[in-house]
Design a protein. Structure first.
Length: 365
């Protein structure tokens, strides 16, 4: 009897140890899964040369985008979105009437602006390109509408940006009276995003990743910015270290000094030119202003407002890709002086006001 009891208690003890081990292992796996998921979605691998690495609070790795009053709630109806669209256009018009911001918001409609506007005569649509705001997908939509391909999925990526072959005429290619007619009668739209987050996207795409292999950014533009704006540098280490985000910010915020460089860089600068300079939103009365942060809601309604929702679909949007990420913005600007950030904001202040983006006080103060 005593032996049987001892055997029974030993068995229970062994089971207890097994349960404890299993609980520990499952908890460890769970933590690893959360970390891996946060790394993939949150994009916290911000090892940017020239910035201080700030370890973010795990609770703030994924931040929800700001929700201004003009953004639709989850599952908006057509009427909801129409109200949002009208408020955005009304707000834009009000800022354009503000004389104190006139030098930041008003731009004449010259060739540079007309070069940014793509034309779809079949559906009477004009689209102003604002780089680093998901424009590739909208260009695919227009290519399909112009009859180049039956669907957006069939368009080769390298063709989208080949403006000699993609079948997308620019407004600048037309005669003056043809331009005036289209500007006054066609459906016109553009897409915007938080101006500072757009600059981060431009820096990463052109000077860090450069996925389409555009060597002039690394071999021509970056060295020129480094020579002028890096406080201390040696020619021998420029290629090794590459352009720092701090150098980029200092260049963008230099009102007078960068103008000669911009002329030298040509149209390559469109990836960080202000929305006002690209699309002249105070001179051209756009039908709709879409926001990258609410693109999941905006895209289908833009198609409907333009009357093309039965003809083409907007490409699928990867989860979380449009979400505003304040943690990322703080990380990139963490090693940059307040003076340089304020100079940068002074240049892009018009864009913040025109499109209802809150002032980045968490960086300025």
């Amino acid at each position: 009897m005593g032996g049987a009891m001892r055997h029974h208690w030993l068995l229970l003890g062994a089971c207890g140890w097994v349960l404890l081990i299993l609980m520990f292992v499952s908890k460890f796996i769970s933590f690893r899964a959360i970390d891996d998921y946060g790394e993939r979605v949150g994009g916290q691998s911000w090892t940017v040369p020239g910035t201080k690495l700030v370890k973010p609070n795990p609770a703030s790795i994924i931040e929800k985008k700001p929700k201004p009053s003009d953004q639709p709630s989850a599952g908006p109806t057509a009427a909801d979105w129409q109200a949002v669209a009208e408020r955005r256009v009304e707000s834009l018009s009000a800022v354009c009437r503000n004389s104190s911001l006139r030098n930041l918001t008003h731009v004449s409609i010259g060739k540079f602006v007309l070069d940014r506007i793509f034309v779809c005569d079949k559906q009477k649509i004009l689209f102003c390109q604002t780089p680093k705001v998901g424009n590739t997908q909208w260009k695919k939509v227009l290519i399909v509408l112009n009859g180049g391909f039956p669907s957006v999925e069939e368009i080769p990526e390298n063709l989208v940006h080949d403006h000699e072959k993609n079948g997308l005429p620019r407004l600048s290619s037309l005669k003056p009276q043809e331009i005036t007619h289209r500007l006054s009668t066609y459906f016109k739209f553009l897409i915007v995003r938080d101006p500072f987050e757009r600059l981060i996207s431009a820096f990463k795409d052109k000077f860090v990743k450069n996925p389409r292999f555009e060597p002039w950014y690394k071999h021509d533009i970056a060295p020129a910015i480094i020579r002028k704006y890096r406080k201390s540098h040696r020619d021998s280490d420029q290629a090794a270290s590459g352009l720092h985000f701090e150098d980029f910010v200092r260049y963008l915020g230099d009102v007078e000094g960068r103008q000669r460089m911009d002329r030298q860089f040509g149209e390559h600068i469109i990836h960080w030119v202000t929305y006002a300079d690209l699309c002249a939103p105070c001179e051209i009365h756009y039908s709709v202003v879409g926001h990258h942060e609410t693109l999941e809601e905006d895209a289908p309604y833009i198609l409907r407002a333009a009357g093309i929702d039965q003809l083409v679909s907007y490409p699928a949007i990867p989860p979380g890709i449009t979400r505003y990420n304040r943690t990322k913005v703080e990380q990139y600007f963490s090693g940059i002086s307040k003076r340089d950030i304020r100079r940068l904001y002074a240049r892009y202040q018009g864009d913040f006001h025109l499109f209802g983006y809150p002032s980045p006080d968490f960086l300025l103060n």
